[in-house]
Write a protein that binds this ligand. Sequence first.
Ligand code: C5P
Length: 220
Amino acid sequence: MVSVAIDGPAGAGKSTLARRLAAELGYIYVDTGAMFRTIGLYALRAGKDPKDNEAVNALLPEISLKFAFIGGEQHIYLNGEDVSTAIRTEEVGMAASAVGANPEVRAFLLGMQRDMAKTQDVLMDGRDIGTVVLPDATVKIFLTASPEARATRRWKEYQQKGVEVSYEEVLADVRQRDYQDTHRAAAPLRQADDAQLLDTSEMNFEQSLEAMKKMIVEKV
Ligand code: C5P
């Protein structure tokens, strides 16, 4: 089985690029951030503080996650409800980052993530795919860009969707999420020793896509 691990900070363009690459290469795209977001969403809906590990751990037995690939897109179901759209808010992103620091949440999702890579060619994106989830991945890419470049892209996406949020707010969230993701004890965000670094601060989407494709095709 071929596995491509793509890690990097929030807003580096991982999921958009990974989705396109997976479609072009015929791999299944696995968005692990969506799993953490779904747990974050569940905690928020239950009125729990996503940072409260004990409270979140108590919810885990109530949570059933399922995936369906429809037209090459990963849809995620929380206890039968398609939450693929509901998880795409700034609030849920922050909650995901909080539950991502919880070792029990990580253990809960790890088996599921590994199983997905056992039976199919996957392109998996996240924070710890190359370091923890798939240490033997065929290709590892660490995708990054400056906080300002990432905040600008995120803010433009929100503008297109009609979400009212200022650039400063998005930049502050990007910085806070970077801090949380790199400073936590459980599987912090870091580049695997054998991962190839790609900084897309000065690249557009097509250039980033070509650079990644080259990295993958060279190794597969
Ligand atoms: O990638 P995305 O922004 O959807 O991820 C949301 C949050 O989930 C991240 O900020 C990160 O804290 C957490 N996450 C993680 N490990 C992963 C994927 C996401 O901790 N493999």
